[in-house]
Design a binder for this molecule. Sequence first.
Ligand code: R7I
Length: 302
Amino acid sequence: SRHERLALAHLALDGLSLGDAFGDTFFGRPANPDAIRARIDARELANAPWPYTDDTQMALSLVAVLRDKGYVDQDELAASFAAHYEPGRKYGASMHGLLRGIQQGHPWREGATSQFEGQGSYGNGAAMRVAPLGAFFADQLDTVVEQATLSAEVTHAHPEAIAGAIAIAAATALAWQLRQDGLLPSRTEFIDLILPFLPESQVRNKARRARDISETTSVEAVAAMLGSGYAISAPDTVPFVLWCAGEGLGNYTEALWLTIRGMGDMDTTCAMVGGIVALSCPEPALPTTWLATREPLPTWVK
Ligand code: R7I
């Protein structure tokens, strides 16, 4: 039912926003990477509150549109992104102009297709917000692919960004399906299930590499091989995320502690992993103490 679908979308939203907020607390605190690594080794959590960023802000709009329409109405989604644009949420560089343009009445499709001199953005921003959509349509993977594509196009017209969004949405849906079946696959098996849904792309080629990395490889080495989002692009972020999610299925906090070791675009890698893995965990999926530390979500998504 619509009610059950929405509950799953909210579980993914909580997993995503908590990962986002958790990851963001490591940025620049302290300033040098070795000191950040020491904090991670000691599992030192930041004091409350943990503010969420654009990853969550845009995911809120996606959930609101799915709640109201039951599918991705692109005009509604664009309008919601623009209505809830908060410049201080650390958006990707090209999003400010795009969202301000929509606010001023410019058509979203023109804005999205003209980003980066007409290439469209291949930033990781379409993938970062999409886990709740994968959860909402979790029992229908063909619909996940179609709706993830529609959700990406509103801001990210480049095929790599779309492939990244499909990958994260499909991973979320599969995480839920596998848990329903009582299965906890290996990372290799998990990524192997995602690959058939991905269009030919760098994202898919690197996801295949992520599937095949040998068992003994450290997360730091995997981050160096695949990229952990320093470029803020879909191909530099999504394959690493699939590896982390596959390794962390069934245990939310361990999945995030693993992901954060990759450094890179930490709020966004943790948002994506958190959204996927939340759907794979036995209830309660998320640590209540961490949830109480995250900045509360606004009431307009309820
Ligand atoms: O993808 P996007 O929404 O950014 C999301 C990321 C997340 O980490 C957020 O937390 C936030 O920090 O940013 O925003 P975009 O500006 O569309 O894309 C992000 C970046 O990808 C851009 O700033 C560019 O560096 C890069 N990029 C491109 N570079 C060259 N040519 C994306 N598309 C292109 C391109 O076509």
